[in-house]
Design a protein around this ligand. Structure first.
Ligand SMILES: CSCC[C@H](NC=O)C(=O)O
Ligand SMILES: [Zn+2]
Ligand SMILES: [Zn+2]
Length: 427
């Protein structure tokens, strides 16, 4: 029996069919699948690392360079996806249905970010097998668990490990986001998330009573203040003065109050406790101390019987106290090489941006490694975390083959080798 013939598209579909969506991501099947494809490229070395439990593996593939003393390049993607509400999709989100009319492949993870994970391997396969190319610098490809839930049992532990230090990483490419235009997008920073829960307490009482300082009244005053702050930030965006990713977002995500009854809530009691949760995202330029002061004095002031809890979901600054931003100018030679490579492949780059959301890139930036977010998807609607997430087969293939990723990576890697300024450079 001959094994069924696979193509880059069927291999991508097979990866998408492995359900690595939360809350029960099947990481081990994904790692087995990626490893078996990597084994078809003879020079690749494959390791599985565990930093927590056996159900959260991290796959590390290495393409050895001829000069292993040079800082290496790391190509990162995450194995997990956000959940999908199957019934609201045109096609099952784990079927990876390819629509014959327009080549759209529907799947959770098609854009975020199983595309890049497979494209890295496909590009290396092309370079090795068809171009007999081997890199001077070592290239590592990492597949990490848990990005969608903050990266704490994934990339956060990986960057602190001895295994990571041994890689001597000089530059990282991580996931980006689709572009609706003909220009590729690049991300030099993320916004950093805080989960903020505020609580109001107050005097309980009969539903008919009028009195000051009820928990609801205290909470509603805070919600007015936060809503105003949110509006002011959003107005800057609406007026065209800032991108969404350049302002602070403060979005309510839960409200918890009321005294439960068998039919819902007791209607004639004013509760003694109210809680509200907010997803706060600050750009790297924001001053976290100012935000802390705002929360303490305006959003949850003790004098209004309020308390609060801020959970910082990852770093805002590097160890030198600097904002987590990768330079995208002449001061960063890796940026210049990256830009030249994309342009040499016939691609156009939009002005580099801050990402509105958050990726594992922040953990690499925190330890001072220049990291760019880049997923080669242009003329594509932004569908990450949305229903009917899809990627067109032609866009995916162009990312590997026709010009972008393959030539880009190829020029990219060659330029790294040939640029003597970079030899031995460490950033
Ligand atoms: C708390 S860190 C969360 C990381 C997550 N990443 C992708 O969506 C995000 O919400 O941006
Ligand atoms: Zn992602
Ligand atoms: Zn995501």
């Amino acid at each position: 029996d001959h094994p069924p013939t696979t193509t880059p598209i069927t291999r991508f579909q097979n990866y998408l069919r492995i359900n690595t969506a939360h809350p029960n991501p099947d990481y081990n099947t994904a790692v087995t699948y990626l490893s078996s494809f990597a084994r078809t490229i003879p020079t690749l070395q494959i390791q599985t690392l565990y930093f927590t439990t056996p159900d959260k593996p991290l796959l590390l593939i290495t393409w050895p360079g001829s000069n292993p003393s040079l800082p290496s390049v790391l190509l990162n993607s995450h194995l997990d996806s956000v959940p999908a509400e199957s019934l609201k999709w045109f096609h099952d989100p784990f079927e990876a249905h390819l629509s014959p009319d327009d080549g759209k492949i529907y799947a959770r993870g098609a854009q975020d970010d199983k595309c890049v994970g497979m494209q890295y391997l496909e590009a290396i396969k092309e370079l090795e097998i068809n171009f007999h190319y081997s890199p001077t610098r070592t290239v590592h490809i990492s597949y990490v668990p848990e990005e969608e839930v903050g990266g704490f049992d994934g990339m956060a532990k990986f960057v602190k490990s001895v295994e990571f230090k041994k890689l001597n990483v000089g530059f990282v490419l991580d996931e980006g986001q689709a572009s609706t235009t003909d220009e590729f997008r690049t991300f030099y920073a993320d916004r950093s998330p805080w989960h903020v829960v505020i609580k109001a307490t107050g005097v309980p009482g009969h539903g008919s009573r009028m009195y000051d300082n009820s928990a609801m009244e205290n909470m509603m005053k805070s919600i007015e203040v936060i809503t105003k702050f949110r509006e002011n930030q959003f107005d800057l965006v609406k007026a065209g003065l800032a991108a969404t990713s350049e302002v602070i977002s403060a979005n309510p995500v839960f409200l918890k109050a009321g005294i439960p009854s068998s039919t819902g809530f007791v209607m004639n009691m004013q509760p003694s406790e109210v809680e509200a949760g907010f997803d706060i995202r600050q750009p790297p330029t924001a001053d976290p101390d100012l935000m802390r002061k705002r929360i303490a004095e305006e959003w949850a002031p003790a004098w209004r019987n309020m308390t609060y809890e801020i959970t910082e979901k990852g770093p805002l600054r590097d160890f030198m106290g600097r904002p987590l931003m990768t330079a995208t100018d002449g001061s960063n030679p890796w940026w210049s090489i990256f830009k030249q490579a994309v342009e040499a492949a016939g691609g156009k780059l939009a002005k580099p941006e801050i990402l509105t959301s958050t990726t594992d890139a922040r953990f690499m930036r925190q330890i001072g490694i220049p990291t760019l977010g880049f997923s080669p998807m242009k003329n594509t609607p932004i569908l990450l975390h949305d229903h009917n997430e899809f990627l067109k087969d032609s866009v995916y293939l162009e990312g590997i083959k026709n010009s972008v990723l393959l030539k880009q990576r190829s020029v990219h890697l060659k330029s790294f080798d040939e640029d003597s300024n970079l030899l031995g450079a460490k950033f």
